[in-house]
Design a protein around this ligand. Structure first.
Ligand code: ATP
Length: 482
């Protein structure tokens, strides 16, 4: 399933219908490429964020976490190269006024060629795109668009402007806005990494950290993305989970390979099979990189980047040293030397990870029997990531059953997230829990009053069994361990 638009649309609709993800400010018709997480989406997001944080800090000997501000001194972005380099080549269609990222426009056309069975032409086009992009040959890219007669999806014409660079950072004013001159222009950070670099010495000194060590951070980032039709895959406000690992120069190849492997293992630990992932090594390196690769996941819209792993050398710390005129060096007493450490970065989008987990979990099942047509939609999340872990249902709203159910809920809710419901037939209640991915449901019935047993029902197998009510908490606790 290389590109399954229907499945992608079904996931988007499901997310909205079941309280995972809504378009931002929807009552005003939404805001392009900005989304809000609802009651279940925010739980899922928190669980994924916590899982990453735990794996990258608590379970590591030498990685600590920080939480830097979104606003940073404007010179940060000069030093990082974002003011000069954080731009994409864009082209506008003169008839529709629609703006496209040049690589996306050509890649979409290559996709069409492939679908039409012209595989060789498609590969040749992509190779030419890589070559011209690596050479920053804008005139060549424009003539590639023209000779292939690539059209605008809105106007249907090939009436293109020249290609120009377009900076992706959002800016605002800080200070007195009425006196525009006095107010400094500042940026909303386009990545969280720089908050780590500018705090490198603060953290190293106060934590008495010895190289190799890492600093992790989770937080919002903002990019004025041009292509904005891919749900939470590409947003203008999103969240990143980044870790910068500071190392002795000369050890970068070893640590780059270490983090490539460690991060792929983290992905596999989500229960997603190896064949759904692949590495994509960068041919054209970003302005800061010695080596770089992406971990790609096969979304319903094809294989796409979820995480980047970059060997950044001493680019960031050296530049911050130059611009701030403050030494950002480390004294390595094992070799008796001062140096600017090299950095290996792992950078994963939280929202993209959510989309990956949702894409993997979303399952439509046909449960029809010869007698009756039936189906269900179930989100087969790893139980540890599920928004709700246990749903508790009294069979009836009387005979003391709700009281027993609420007592069970009371005993469990301190340990994990529970949900209580007494309306509708049990079958319907199960299906609603399937749709939000709840791994365990428990039903209290009249027999519970006699022998303290309940029916526990498992989401994926739909198997039901009777267990003692005192066992429920430990069954769920064992089941949600990752
Ligand atoms: P892309 O090529 O898709 O624009 P990128 O290579 O610019 O991504 P990085 O700068 O390496 O991305 O950012 C690291 C991670 O942050 C990405 O792997 C992705 O998961 C996430 N990310 C980047 N841009 C966005 C966005 N606009 N919306 C959601 N997540 C994003």
């Amino acid at each position: 399933m290389a590109n399954d638009t229907a499945r992608f649309q079904a996931i988007i609709a499901h997310c909205k219908e079941y309280g995972f993800i809504f378009p931002s400010s929807e009552i005003y018709d939404g805001l392009s490429a900005v989304y809000d997480y609802g009651q279940y989406g925010s739980e899922l997001k928190k669980n994924i964020r916590d899982y990453w944080w735990k794996s990258m800090t608590q379970l590591q000997d030498n990685i600590v976490g920080i939480d830097a501000a979104i606003f940073m001194h404007p010179t940060t972005w000069k030093a990082s190269g974002h003011v000069d380099n954080f731009s994409d080549p864009m082209i506008d269609n003169k008839d529709s006024n629609k703006r496209y990222r040049v690589d996306h426009l050509i890649e979409a056309f290559a996709d069409e060629l492939e679908k039409a069975g012209k595989k060789d032409e498609s590969s040749a086009l992509l190779a030419e795109l890589d070559r011209l992009t690596a050479a920053s040959d804008f005139a060549g890219l424009k003539s590639l668009i023209e000779t292939n007669r690539i059209k605008c999806a809105v106007s249907g014409t090939s009436n293109w402007t020249d290609i120009r660079q377009f900076n992706l950072m959002f800016s605002t004013k800080m200070g007195s806005v009425s006196g525009e001159d006095e107010a400094a222009e500042i940026y909303l950070r386009p990545e969280t990494a720089q908050g780590i670099f500018v705090n490198f010495l603060n953290v190293q000194k106060t934590g008495r950290l010895k190289i190799p060590f890492g600093i992790a951070q989770v937080g919002k980032a903002f990019r004025n993305e041009i292509i904005a039709r891919q749900f939470i895959f590409r947003m203008r406000e999103f969240e990143q989970m980044e870790m910068q690992f500071f190392i002795r120069p000369g050890t970068e190849a070893e640590w780059y390979n270490h983090w490539k492997e460690a991060r792929m293992n983290w992905h596999l630990s989500l229960g997603i099979p190896q064949e759904k992932y692949r590495f994509h090594d960068h041919v054209k390196l970003a302005h800061y990189a010695i080596a770089a690769c992406d971990i790609e996941y096969e979304f319903p819209i094809g294989f796409k980047e979820v995480e980047g792993i970059h060997s950044r050398g001493d680019f960031d710390l050296t530049n911050h040293q130059t611009y701030s005129r403050k030494k950002l060096q480390y004294f390595d007493n094992e070799i008796n030397q001062n140096y600017v450490p090299y950095v290996i970065e792992t950078s994963i989008g939280l929202d993209r990870t959510i989309l990956m987990v949702l894409s993997q979990a979303y399952t439509e099942e046909d449960l029809s029997t010869p007698e009756k047509a039936d189906s269900r939609v179930v989100l087969k999340f790893p139980p540890a990531l599920a928004p709700i872990k246990l749903a508790v249902f009294p069979l009836l709203k009387k005979d003391g059953l709700p009281e027993i159910a609420k007592e069970l809920m009371q005993g469990c809710r301190g340990a994990f997230r529970c949900f209580y419901e007494e309306k509708d037939a049990i079958g319907k209640r199960y299906r609603r829990m399937d749709a939000i991915g709840t791994p365990f449901c428990v039903t209290i019935d009249h027999q519970t009053k006699e022998d303290q047993t309940v029916t526990i029902r498992y989401r994926d197998s739909m198997k039901q069994e009777r267990v003692h009510i005192d066992q429920v908490k430990s069954i769920v606790e064992n089941g949600i361990a990752l």
